[in-house]
Design a protein around this ligand. Structure first.
Ligand SMILES: Nc1ncnc2c1ncn2[C@@H]1O[C@H](COP(=O)(O)OP(=O)(O)OP(=O)(O)O)[C@@H](O)[C@H]1O
Length: 322
């Protein structure tokens, strides 16, 4: 795959940004909307602006992927959408109402599955189900838990505790726990990044299967462009920080179900992969050169070192002027 190396975004890079962005028919009202949101950490002189001027519409039923480099603020964005952190300015709404904190209608699956070690697979999932569906009977809740354990293929391990599970199995429990709460919006913050390639591939298929069966709205954060194209309807790049903003949306437009092996030979897939990757590389280089200009070019003084001829006797080396 060719990756652009120029220090600026050129017309070639920008030509790959889909023109269809302006020509698409008007979209329905978003289920979640992010309006001019900025977020930073710290205060005063030590404040670091992470996100700046973020605008995003999450449409009902869509699968949206946000891709970006490490440290650009992806987790911060997921936490803002989940209501775990508050924006410094701007507003996030769900169904037109401001998001003021976490809620069961927005389920977040973390990068690092946080399961309670003393509870079994069933116990970890039941904890959330019992809290959200308090009006249901005990039998109803138990059947519901078992259905989601089955959905992620863990029925055989339902009585095991987290230390008896592999990393992939733990991530499945974490996914099932969030899915079982039936959130309207599923927020996935790099849920597969800690998994090996094979497990990751199986989990990608499972997430897609569940998303299609449950007809949820899904936003997945990832640093893997191939993964984003495989799962998403639209891909939005997060530009590098500080004060990161979002780039233009890329419409994926590949038929579902998508076959990974076939995708590698699909021209649209290859074009999209180059387009998104080239965009990200170009914006990162532009951000780096901006940082260098801000800091001023520092000329490094190199020491004047001459090589020593090691064939000389040791005494001669010790007496040498360098
Ligand atoms: N609670 C916090 N306090 C101070 N700084 C923070 C906090 N959380 C995140 N940051 C900083 O904000 C920036 C963005 O972090 P964030 O975790 O959102 O990025 P990311 O894109 O998810 O990174 P990664 O892909 O490596 O997980 C980083 O510079 C990070 O050090």
């Amino acid at each position: 795959m060719s990756i652009a190396t120029s220090s600026e975004i050129t017309a070639d890079h920008l030509a790959v940004i889909p023109k269809s962005v302006e020509t698409q028919p008007p979209a329905p009202a978003p289920i979640m909307a992010v309006r001019n949101v900025s977020k930073g950490y710290g205060s005063g002189a030590t404040r670091v602006g992470v996100l700046n001027g973020i605008n995003l519409n999450l449409r009902e039923g869509e699968f949206l992927a946000v891709v970006g480099f490490s440290g650009s603020g992806k987790t911060t964005l997921a936490q803002l959408l989940a209501g775990l952190v508050k924006p410094d300015s701007g507003e996030i709404t769900m169904d037109g109402e401001p998001v003021t904190g976490p809620g069961p209608e927005r389920g977040l699956v973390f990068q690092n599955y946080s399961l309670l070690p003393w509870l079994t697979v069933r116990g970890n999932i039941a904890l959330s189900v019992d809290r959200v569906f308090q009006s249901w009977s005990k039998t109803q809740r138990r059947e519901h838990v078992d259905r989601f354990v089955e959905l992620v293929g863990l029925t055989h391990a339902i009585h095991r505790r987290p230390h008896e599970l592999s990393g992939g199995m733990r991530q499945r429990v974490s996914l099932a726990r969030t899915l079982a709460m039936k959130p309207k919006v599923l927020l996935l913050d790099e849920p597969l990044s800690a998994l090996d390639a094979l497990t990751r591939s199986v989990m990608q298929d499972e997430i897609l299967k569940i998303w299609q069966e449950e007809k949820q709205t899904c936003l997945m954060i990832t640093n893997d462009v191939d993964e984003a194209i495989l799962v998403a309807d639209r891909i939005v790049p997060l530009n590098p920080g500080p004060d990161a903003g979002l780039g233009p949306a890329f419409t994926v437009g590949l038929e579902r179900p998508r076959d990974k092996t076939e995708l590698n030979h699909n021209e649209r897939f290859k074009h999209l992969r180059n387009a998104v990757t080239n965009y990200l590389v170009a914006v990162r280089q532009r951000a780096r050169s901006r940082e260098t200009q801000k800091g001023g070019a520092v000329e490094i003084q190199r020491p004047d070192i001459q090589p020593v001829d090691l064939t000389l006797p040791r005494k001669a080396i010790l007496n040498s002027p360098i």
